[in-house]
Design a protein around this ligand. Structure first.
Ligand SMILES: [Zn+2]
Length: 393
């Protein structure tokens, strides 16, 4: 890879012919059309969201360095053209400011757009020289290198790196569907999938779900489908999972967001559920103050209300344990038996064994799943072995 450092290109030149695409949220061109700001393998513009674009302009006004910018040189039909390899976020911030897309605060605390700035401040920005490395090399080599760079303090996440490495028609189409905040479905997906649409959270989920259903890694799936013209399989599977959740659970609860819905779908989608009964059960568990893990409610209900571990049913506190321990000790001494009620029934040596508090656990006499409450009248202390054996809380 050959690199040339350019120190003669100003902000004014870079932003000549700058186009910002509101719909896709990206800066498109600069350098009078010779520069492609966001090639396919680049991620969407995220500085606006992260409030960093104002910081870029303030840095320029204070004369702070903006860091290195990398261009990939593309030679076609005799002219040299460039793609931004690293620096897209910074260039888009500057272009957006110059075209009046956002304002900064001046020394008097007033909001100022570029057009409202004093002439000398406008000139300072326009004449600022950016440090640019022009790189020339094989596509594979440049992409490999792109994989290793970070963009101005916001490192690429895993999905953004995959998008860069496996860029092509498939990724472009998949991003149109899953990384596009204008897609009306995004609102619905947010209920079940955590993360930021701009940072590829929904695309990452869709790819994770389909590839795991096919028993392969996301990388493997993306590489195998890199040149596909259709994303139907990806879209269909993702929608099947979402529609299934919608059909089983009539209410959307905040704890539903970010669950492993693809795993639950694979296990339970062939089971028939009555949505009204499911609704009733979920509401009941939401109202139950002993249920500590609301996230576990959905899998618990799907599984037929058996695996209470998923709910992390509230346990007895230390004060209750101490009181019950003392009561059992008094009785054990009087009877000459073990202080573990179950040990005391046995025929082995343990039937007279006195356990330390630290070697015992609290147990629900009547299991929680059978209506037993977590209060002192339903508490007994058992040795750890018996408590584990009893299992069901
Ligand atoms: Zn015992």
């Amino acid at each position: 890879m050959n690199t040339t450092l350019r120190t003669d290109i100003t902000v004014a030149q870079i932003c000549e012919g700058f186009v910002y695409n509101e719909l896709e949220g990206k800066g498109l061109f600069g350098l009078a059309g010779k520069l492609t700001i966001q090639p396919e393998y680049q991620r969407n513009y995220i500085y606006a969201k992260e409030n960093k674009e104002i910081a870029v302009i303030e840095s320029i006004l204070k004369g702070y360095p903006l860091g290195l910018i990398y261009f990939n040189t593309v030679i076609g039909d005799g002219t040299k053209r460039f793609e931004v390899l690293d620096g897209q976020q910074r260039i888009t911030s500057i272009g957006r400011f110059l075209t009046g897309k956002f304002a900064i605060q001046d020394a008097n605390g007033m909001q100022q757009y570029f057009s409202g700035l004093a002439k000398e401040l406008q000139d300072k920005i326009l004449n600022t020289v950016l440090l640019i490395y022009e790189c020339e090399g094989e596509e594979a080599e440049i992409k490999e290198w792109f994989k290793t760079i970070n963009i101005a303090g916001i490192p690429l996440n895993q999905q953004e790196i995959y998008n860069a490495v496996y860029c092509g028609e498939f990724v472009t189409k998949a991003k149109e569907e899953f990384s596009n905040s204008r897609n009306a479905n995004v609102q619905k997906w947010r209920a079940y999938v955590k993360g930021d649409v701009y940072r590829q959270a929904f695309l990452a989920a869709a790819l994770t779900w389909i590839s795991s259903a096919k028993g392969m890694s996301v990388e493997h799936y993306m590489s195998a489908h890199r040149h596909d013209k259709s994303i139907d399989e990806l879209k269909t599977y993702f929608c099947s999972v979402i529609d299934w959740i919608d059909s089983v659970f009539t209410d959307v609860e905040s704890e539903m967001c970010g669950l492993e819905w693809n795993r639950l779908y694979e296990i339970y989608h062939t089971t028939a559920y009555n949505p009204q009964e499911v609704h009733k059960k979920v509401q009941e568990l939401y109202a139950d103050s002993y249920v500590k893990s609301r996230k576990g409610i959905f899998e618990y209900v799907l599984g037929g209300c058996v695996d209470t571990k998923l709910l992390e049913v509230r346990v007895f506190d230390d004060a209750v344990k101490k009181i019950v321990y003392k009561q059992q000790m008094v009785k054990a001494k009087a009877d000459g038996k073990s202080n573990c009620p179950l040990c005391s029934l046995g025929n082995d040596n343990n039937n007279r064994k006195i356990w330390d508090l630290k070697d015992m656990d609290a147990d629900h006499v009547t299991a929680w799943s059978k209506g037993g409450t977590t209060d002192i009248r339903n508490c007994q202390m058992l040795c750890k072995t018996h408590n584990r054996a009893k299992g069901n809380r």
